[in-house]
Design a protein around this ligand. Structure first.
Ligand code: SF4
Ligand code: SF4
Length: 176
């Protein structure tokens, strides 16, 4: 393949540098206008990039968002989970660990004696929620910040999962 010859102006690069600076400056002033308008409470145009001032300001959440897991409770506070292992089996990250035990109620075959999710490995695919025949696990807490200092702290035990509550959001998607 023949190499394309550069013109004289392309060889000295100065017009290209000038063109690049022109694009950068155009975006800079357009976005600055958006930021000032936002500060003054004026509407911002769609093509003006305005950074969300996280964490003071949060993005609206979709009700379909997959967030931190929780285990659904029965009326008596025990897990609705029947330790069928469907979620553990389907999990592509192999990060669910369940130990089944006999349920004291003869109408319910099993209960989880242990139910851990290693969120350090979880890929938030939601397969566990989809696979559950009892609607016993959900990812609707709206909790997105759960960084920890140790790997051990990323493992959510049954007690921690049962303590999580469903998120409450306004019609505009803001968390209550
Ligand atoms: S969301 Fe996906 S990766 Fe995470 S625990 Fe559920 S099935 Fe496993
Ligand atoms: S699929 Fe549902 S019922 Fe079965 S072990 Fe998982 S959470 Fe429990």
């Amino acid at each position: 393949m023949r190499k394309e010859e550069l013109t004289f102006w392309e060889q000295i690069y100065i017009p290209q540098i000038y063109e690049g600076l022109k694009v950068t400056a155009r975006h800079f002033f357009k976005n600055m206008k958006g930021h000032i308008a936002r500060l003054l409470g004026k509407p911002v145009k769609d093509d003006e990039t305005v950074t969300i001032q996280y964490p003071e300001e949060r993005r609206p959440l979709s009700p379909r968002l997959r967030s931190l897991h929780r285990l659904v409770k029965r009326a008596d506070g025990t897990p609705r989970c029947v330790a069928c292992m469907m979620c553990e089996t389907i999990c592509p990250a192999r990060c669910i660990y369940i130990v089944a035990a006999e349920h004291p109620n003869p109408d319910i075959e099993k209960r989880p004696a242990r139910f851990d999710i290693d969120l350090g490995k979880c890929v938030f695919c939601g397969y566990c929620v989809e696979a559950c025949p009892e609607d016993a696990i959900r990812m609707d807490t709206g909790i997105l910040e759960f960084a920890a200092y140790t790997r051990q702290d990323m493992i959510y035990t049954m007690e921690r999962l049962l303590a999580n509550e469903p998120m409450k959001i306004t019609s505009q998607g803001q968390r209550l």
